[in-house]
Design a protein around this ligand. Structure first.
Ligand SMILES: Nc1ncnc2c1ncn2[C@@H]1O[C@H](COP(=O)(O)OP(=O)(O)OP(=O)(O)O)[C@@H](O)[C@H]1O
Length: 366
């Protein structure tokens, strides 16, 4: 399977710059996800790769084939890419087998080979028995598999998936996610996946590109994106985070606005500078009463406001000075004043969010 190389891609719709000079390379066999809030340009990026949109500038190559470059534009039918949309787009008046035959007929594949390829593709998605059904006789999950089989039947070089699981209910979506991941690994097919669901992106991807307003803010493995988000915006969008503003009082010390207390953080910002300290809820440990904190951690005193049981763990809303923060722990039944400990390395440090646009600042709760 080839690699996908996108360089300096830009797209304008009238005055609206929807993609701004984005570049990324997807390795052979990689599951690569475009993740970001609604309107950030994920689907437009995918549509440019598919040939459904013509970029304003930039180049796109899959393996040795250049699809887009100055003076070059290969139409979608010349790209041999498999695409699945959120809506599945199955033809309702055709059976499953006829739906799968369509792309083969367009490619002038002979009848016998068509039958073989259809049986093989339906086998891959576990639906060989249902080839004579019409789409309305299938569940949502089965329709989604047919759409995938139709995208795989002509052995595309790359699979492009635009929110393919978002029409499924929560339980089915999780099953489909695991199944899709297994299938992609088995086939070893280079896959570009679009979603605004961060859990889905973390669970499925080899690498994730986080997009925001037409820019690619960070590209990394799920672990890198979650544990070392490049910006406060990425930290806010991928997983949950507490954000506390403050002022650097030393190379690795911040005085928090909410309590006036000084905490130790990783080195990184100039003394006197305004910063935002971001801490994931599960990185705030709540000490059992009577137990003293280790020497080299930050200790904060907070008051429990509410607790919620979320299955395997408890979520607590806590008042810290004049802020409300969240902690997640396995410990039930906490109330009143509690001692929180947080390791300096669990504090992510960002320039203060004052300069962020409104929509992003809303994500970053301070
Ligand atoms: N054909 C078009 N004409 C004009 N503007 C468009 C067109 N297609 C998309 N846009 C605009 O481009 C921006 C990015 O859209 P895009 O669909 O790529 O976002 P997205 O990240 O996939 O969002 P969503 O998750 O909601 O699908 C949006 O502001 C959208 O309104």
């Amino acid at each position: 399977m080839p690699e996908v190389k996108v360089a300096n891609l830009s797209k304008q719709f009238g005055d609206n710059a929807v993609l701004r000079d984005i570049s990324f390379t997807i390795a052979d066999g990689e599951f690569f996800t475009l993740l970001g809030p609604s309107g950030c340009g994920k689907s437009t990026t995918l549509a440019c790769i598919a040939g459904l949109e013509r970029p304003t500038a930039g180049s796109i190559a899959v393996g040795p084939a250049t699809f887009v470059d100055a003076g070059t534009f290969v139409p979608p039918e010349g790209r041999n890419l498999g695409m699945v949309f959120q809506s599945y787009a199955l033809w309702p008046h055709m059976t499953v087998a006829q739906n799968l035959a369509m792309p083969l007929r367009i490619r002038k594949v002979d009848r016998r080979t068509q039958d073989e390829l259809i049986t093989e593709a339906l086998g891959k998605v576990g639906l060989a028995e249902l080839k004579d059904r019409y789409p309305h006789q299938l569940s949502g999950g089965q329709q989604q598999r047919v759409a995938l089989a139709r995208a795989l039947v002509y052995s595309p070089s790359v699979l492009l998936l635009d929110e393919p699981l978002s029409n499924l209910d929560a339980q089915l979506r999780e099953q489909a996610r695991a199944w899709l991941k297994r299938l992609q690994e088995e086939l070893g097919i280079t896959t570009v996946y679009v979603t605004h669901d961060q859990e889905e992106a973390l669970a499925l991807s080899d690498r994730i590109a986080v997009m925001s307003r037409g820019d690619m803010v960070q590209i990394g493995t799920p672990k890198e994106i979650y544990e070392t988000p490049a910006t406060a915006e990425v930290a806010a969008f991928v997983g949950r985070c507490n954000f506390l503003t403050g002022t650097m009082t030393g190379p690795a010390e911040v005085r928090l606005d909410c309590t006036g207390q000084t905490v130790t953080v990783p080195e990184g910002a100039a003394p006197g500078g305004r910063v935002t300290v971001a801490v994931r809820p599960e990185r705030l440990e709540i000490l059992p009463p009577g137990r003293s904190a280790p020497a080299d951690v930050n200790v904060l005193t907070a008051e429990v406001l509410t607790s919620s049981y979320i299955g395997s763990r408890y979520e607590y809303d806590l008042r810290l000075g004049d802020h409300v923060i969240q902690a997640e722990t396995a410990r039930p039944g906490l109330s009143g004043e509690v001692t929180l400990v947080v390791e300096p390395d669990s504090c992510l440090l960002y320039p203060t969010t004052d300069a962020l646009p409104e929509d992003v600042a809303a994500l970053v709760r301070t």
